[in-house]
Design a protein around this ligand. Sequence first.
Ligand SMILES: Nc1ncnc2c1ncn2[C@@H]1O[C@H](COP(=O)(O)OP(=O)(O)OP(=O)(O)O)[C@@H](O)[C@H]1O
Ligand SMILES: [Mg+2]
Length: 349
Amino acid sequence: MPALLIVAISIAHYTASASAHIPHDIFRRLYYLPIILAAFTYGLRGGVAAALATTLCYLPHALGHISHDPAAPVDKGLELLLYNVVGVVTGLLVERERREQREHEQTAATLRASLEERRALEGELRRRERLATVGELTAALAHEIRNPLGSLKGAAQILADPTLPAAERERLLAILGEESGRLDRVLTDFLTLARDRKVRRAPVDLAACVRDTVALLTPEAEAKGVAVQVEGVERGVEISGDGDLLRQLVWNLARNGVEAAQGGGEVCLRVAGDGDPIRLIVEDTGPGIAAADVGRLFDPFFTTRDGGTGLGLAICDRIARDHGATLTAENRPEGGARFVVELPVDRAV
Ligand SMILES: Nc1ncnc2c1ncn2[C@@H]1O[C@H](COP(=O)(O)OP(=O)(O)OP(=O)(O)O)[C@@H](O)[C@H]1O
Ligand SMILES: [Mg+2]
């Protein structure tokens, strides 16, 4: 293409009238087009070759050997020099740009490769972590199931004796009922924790959740000698969330408070709903959290209570996180524990 252009320009140039300056000036400068085109297409070599070809084509015309370019000799000489300068400089610039482009592409490819490698490693790590967690949870669950199963089996064996006194039979039947209830509770709680349940968000009145929970819990609390108080629940505090899950969260925290404060203590549930985040605070006057337990409170199956499954706080943590909230535990300076759920307003509304 550049060669054809050079030939075409030369023919037009050679056949232009020797007395007409303007067509010669135009054709002389048109040569830059094929030179630049060649440099862009074939790099330095193309630019130099096109410049040399142009010089060779134009030289006989400039010197007046074939027809005659009427321009001043100095203009023609400069033009001939410039053809070659433009050919070389454009060629060099084009090659430099191509080199840089190649380097950029290489860098991008290297970055892409290392990013993919990193992603693969992260995936592998996550898979291993998940497997380790599943392993731990399964072991803990098996342990939790084995205990009540052992009691059930023992009770059933003794019950098979037809000479068993009626009172003993009744006691064993009560154990059967209790232990199967416990099994059912462990499995229900475990499923709540393990299931990938989607939070069904809807407007929920957090204050009403607290009032309902307290109403349900009061008889059990009174039986244990615990007074339950509420604050900040006189008017509605609307948030966006899953009502069932949020009620379970409040219930678990409140029940833990009652367990901890039993025998003359107090539990207080407070909603601080004016600012951002909205806070649900559950405090008790119990013994507080032992320093050694602080890091394990939210671990599934961590419990220090007889008959506890250790799933209550793990479920609370999961529910809080599913709502974009945080759940923290601390000891109050005046004694007892404090659990705080912080629901960010931007996500809660
Ligand atoms: N208010 C509290 N004060 C002191 N310790 C607490 C309090 N709440 C929880 N804990 C500690 O955290 C542990 C785990 O609590 P979590 O609610 O997960 O399980 P649990 O209450 O033992 O059993 P359950 O599954 O029946 O709730 C408790 O056994 C207790 O040691
Ligand atoms: Mg609990």
